[in-house]
Design a protein around this ligand. Structure first.
Ligand code: XMP
Length: 329
């Protein structure tokens, strides 16, 4: 399709002025495409869907219907931030779906990483399709497809179209709206900043679709998942305090499914370890580790072992890729 190509001479959006011009153009293009019809968007709170939401709110206001599915595998504070930014500050028409029990019940006892990913993906589509079926008069589906997604799907590396996974009765109802499909990630961030989105949304590190589920290796249990979520929140807070937010490409914690002996307040404990992983990369095919200062490590060990229930030991993963992948599953 001709309009699916990024022209060779397309100027990179690197300044607030270019971002403003892009925003004005897209608002007009969206209005021309959708008229007074309704548009549906799955809003995860990631950079791409958040920028699409903010653009569409400007273009069509209440005719945008955002659906935020909380699958229980999001980071601490994420669902609350989506509600605060989009419903409270931007006055968006936002449907919040608490699907935590539904996802965690389906994942109970499942140990195979690919099966876990499959269940999370399928369940997400089911929940979203159920919400879509409840709505009438929606003719468009907005997606945060970006230019690298198009390149990767053309190269057969990954399928990016959410609509591709939707059941036929839903997918056939919608025409796609993809306002950032010609942009690279750094350009999406410049546009997000110009749209007034908060920095921690615009400059957030990559987060996998299956979320904390891949950082809770083996069968996910609610208590171990909480240990992942709480330790991840402490790590993010300390990285921000130490000026590492936005400098280190990706950092997170993993709580593996084994226990070791410890001692707390003179009593024996038998708890999980928490693994810290912080890495840098340009292409994700090869990654190097970020070497943390001894002071920061000491502080993280102290906080995580005292503040996170179920953790009595902290380990640092200093393995590059290859031989290790970034995520544990
Ligand atoms: P790996 O573990 O393959 O990760 O070295 C490379 C990058 O991809 C992210 N990742 C995922 N992203 N769905 C996603 O959307 C997934 O299933 C998935 N698995 C890994 C990972 O966080 C890292 O940035």
């Amino acid at each position: 399709m001709e309009n699916n190509r990024r022209p060779d001479d397309m100027k990179r959006i690197e300044t607030p002025e270019l971002a403003e011009a892009f925003i004005s153009e897209q608002i007009e293009a969206i209005r021309n495409q959708v008229g007074d019809k309704k548009v549906l968007l799955a809003l995860s709170g990631g950079v791409d869907s958040s920028v699409v939401a903010a653009l569409l709110i400007k273009a069509v206001g209440q005719n945008l219907v955002c659906v935020h599915v909380n699958h229980g595998l999001l980071r601490k504070g994420e669902p609350e931030q989506v509600i605060e930014v989009f419903r409270n500050q931007m006055n968006a028409n936002l449907i919040y779906v608490d699907a935590v029990d539904r996802f965690l019940d389906k994942l109970e006892g499942v140990t195979d990483p690919e099966q876990k990913r499959h269940i999370i993906g399928e369940e997400f589509i089911d929940v979203f399709a159920e919400e879509a079926r409840k709505l009438s008069g929606v003719s468009f589906l907005a997606q945060g497809t970006i230019w690298p997604d198009i390149l990767e799907s053309e190269a057969g590396i990954k399928a990016h179209h959410n609509a591709g996974g939707l059941p036929e009765d839903i997918a056939s109802r919608f025409e796609l709206v993809e306002p950032v499909k010609l942009l690279f990630k750094d350009e999406v961030r410049v546009v997000g900043k110009a749209l007034g989105l908060p920095d921690n949304m615009v400059y957030r590190q990559p987060f996998p679709g299956p979320g904390l589920g891949v950082r809770c290796p083996g069968a996910i249990t609610r208590d171990r998942l909480e240990a992942v979520r709480e330790s991840d929140a402490i790590l993010r807070e300390e990285f921000a305090k130490n000026g590492l937010e936005g400098k280190v490409w990706q950092y997170f914690t993993v709580v593996p499914d084994f226990k070791s002996t410890g001692v707390k307040n003179g009593k024996r404990t038998f708890d999980w370890p928490c693994i810290i992983r912080a890495i840098n990369t340009t292409d994700v095919m090869e990654v190097t580790v970020e070497h943390l200062s001894p002071e920061l490590i000491d502080h993280l060990v102290q906080r995580i072992t005292t503040e996170v229930p179920g953790i009595n030991r902290v380990l640092i993963d200093y393995t590059p890729k290859p031989p290790a992948t970034v995520e544990y599953e």
